[in-house]
Design a protein. Structure first.
Length: 562
């Protein structure tokens, strides 16, 4: 189209003179023909698909969760909607004693709460999966180096420390294969290998760095929790039996950049309550049988016959409603996110549980806080074991007036604690030392399971955070100097000693290395669809003992009762 308009000079305005006009014409080319190869180039659809897959940071994760629990605590209550619907333990004796004892039925524990006509809850069908438990997606986003931790023992020699101090130990002098050693018995997995070094919180003659001579105490499985330093004739009371302290792993004592960091990993919630969908996994059941029985009207308190059920064995699928974008998210080491977590929190809306103290019902701790019997870490009066999840309440009367407590819902942006971890900047590896656990207890004023209303009653433990790996870091540490700084990723560590950067590359989606490490899951419609199978356990007190390998053979991997 011509961008010029020619107006004769005598028409510019009234009485304008006639003047010859001249327009300069430029011969610059403004268009270009399409080259033949650009019109007939062959597209590699597989390459285009892979390029799109590698660049996409949108996910729709799905979890398959197998739920395992043991309903082991029987009790009694004078609140009739609960009393009339117990799974009775010894109904013939209850008729005689006029004290009805039994177990809450399965629907007080299950992920799906069915419509039960017990006149206690105004049941809403769409809330069926939120009465007992709530589900969220989260990621580890921060390190807390100041978290107060404690390890309580039956002998009373308790250990108190901050997460950044390292891993606690107790000293014991011993002999190993004919050599005198100083044995360090740790409360959790030490993560050491023979030949590495430890920096102790205690000092001997101005030195606190010692080489690991051996691991274990000659008992099977103890190598995870025990390490030894060769006793070359240390004198004084520094290494007397019973001395406690903390240590940090050091790979090379001549380069203290190789010293590990210790912290409690904090999780940030990514979703709200309604952002996940929970469904039963078809007709699938786990391997453990369900317990059912018929309650005869002649031996029930309300003289009504019914079928009661103690436990269930269901499996569930949990998936997100909306696509989840992680493009702007960094993990607790300021690296691209490689793990998403399904965070499962007990709600207990019916009110059997969550006896509150200072407005908190759920207690929290770590694997090393679990012993055969409940230690004082879990006492209601210990504020250090409180979660930051408040409780709400409501009151009802039926035979007796009771106040019921339930835990509040989380929302996107909330922060809760996670695992006790170790990270080494030099080898760029994060390790879980002790898993984060939460504990729920019966409200003894609603359902009495003990002979008193103590503040440290037995309960159930569970691990809230279930990991889904969405990316994998390489098993090889890359290095680079300042000249090639433009090729170094943002999460790399600069080693002053080596005068260079250190990092691990991220494997691409679909790549599996010779160690079987990597991820390969479906990609469709510009979204990744990762899948993870989880076994979720609700573990009663005493059936899951924290056996560290110090005084027992090995920590069991199955539930047991004694």
């Amino acid at each position: 189209m011509n961008k010029y308009t020619i107006i004769p000079s005598n028409l510019l305005y009234k009485s304008a003179p006639f003047i010859d006009n001249r327009i300069s014409i430029f011969l610059d080319q403004k268009s270009q023909e399409i080259n033949e190869y650009e019109r007939s180039i062959t597209l590699n659809l597989a390459q285009i698909y892979d390029d799109e897959r590698q660049s996409t940071e949108v996910f729709r994760p799905t979890f398959k969760m197998t739920y395992l629990y043991a309903n082991v605590y029987k009790g009694s209550t004078d609140y009739l909607p609960f009393q009339y619907y117990l799974y009775y333990d010894n109904p013939l004796q209850s008729v005689t004693d006029k004290l009805w004892k039994g177990f809450p039925q399965y629907y007080e524990f299950d992920f799906y709460r069915p419509p039960v006509d017990d006149q206690h809850i105004d049941y809403v069908s769409k809330s069926a999966y939120t009465y007992n438990w709530t589900f969220y997606l989260s990621y580890a986003y921060n390190n807390n180096y100041e978290k107060k931790l404690a390890y309580y023992t039956d002998k009373g020699n308790n250990i108190y420390w901050k997460s950044g101090d390292g891993i606690p130990f107790t000293v014991k002098n011993a002999t190993s294969y004919g050599s005198d050693v100083i044995r360090f018995e740790c409360i959790a997995s030490h993560g050491l290998t023979v030949g590495e070094y430890v920096e102790l919180s205690i000092t001997y003659r101005n030195s606190n760095i010692f080489q690991v001579y051996s691991i274990g105490n000659d008992k099977f499985g103890s190598d995870i929790y025990v390490f030894n330093v060769l006793n070359i004739g240390y004198t004084g009371g520094t290494f007397n039996d019973g001395v406690t302290g903390t240590f940090k792993r050091v790979i090379n004592p001549n380069n203290m950049e190789t010293k590990s960091k210790y912290y409690v990993r904090e999780h940030k919630i990514l979703t709200d309550l309604d952002d996940l969908v929970i469904t039963r996994s078809g007709f699938e059941k786990n391997v453990f049988s369900e317990e059912n029985k018929f309650e005869y009207s002649s031996i029930t308190p309300n003289k009504i016959s019914r079928v009661s059920k103690k436990t269930s064995s269901n499996a569930y699928n949990i998936t997100s409603v909306n696509d989840l974008s992680i493009s702007n998210l960094k993990d607790n080491q300021k690296r691209p996110i490689t793990e998403l977590f399904l965070t499962t929190i007990f709600k207990g809306y019916s009110g059997y549980f969550n006896q509150p103290y200072n407005g908190v019902g759920i207690k929290q701790g770590w694997d090393f806080n679990i012993t055969k019997s409940a230690n004082t870490w879990w006492d209601l009066n210990n504020i250090e074991s409180n979660t930051n999840i408040p409780v709400y309440q409501y009151t009802k009367t039926s035979g007796a007036t009771k106040t019921f407590y339930y835990n509040s819902n989380l929302k996107s942006g909330d922060v809760i604690d996670g695992d006790f971890c170790e990270f080494n900047d030099y080898d760029q590896v994060e390790r879980v030392i002790s898993s984060y656990v939460q504990k729920i207890k019966y409200n003894q004023k609603v359902f009495q399971t003990t002979n008193d209303y103590g503040t440290n009653t037995p309960g159930y433990y569970y691990k809230p955070h279930s990991s889904m790996v969405i990316r994998v870091f390489s098993d090889y540490v890359e290095t680079g100097d300042l000249v090639n700084v433009d090729q170094v990723p943002s999460w790399s560590f600069y080693s002053v000693a080596d005068r260079g950067f250190r990092w691990r590359d991220l494997y691409t989606y679909g790549f599996i290395d010779n160690l079987g490490r990597g991820v390969d899951y479906p990609y469709l419609n510009s979204a990744q669809y990762p899948f993870s199978e989880i076994i979720f356990r609700l573990i009663p007190e005493g059936s899951y003992r924290q056996i560290t390998g110090i005084d027992a053979p090995i920590k069991p991997y199955i539930d047991y009762n004694e």
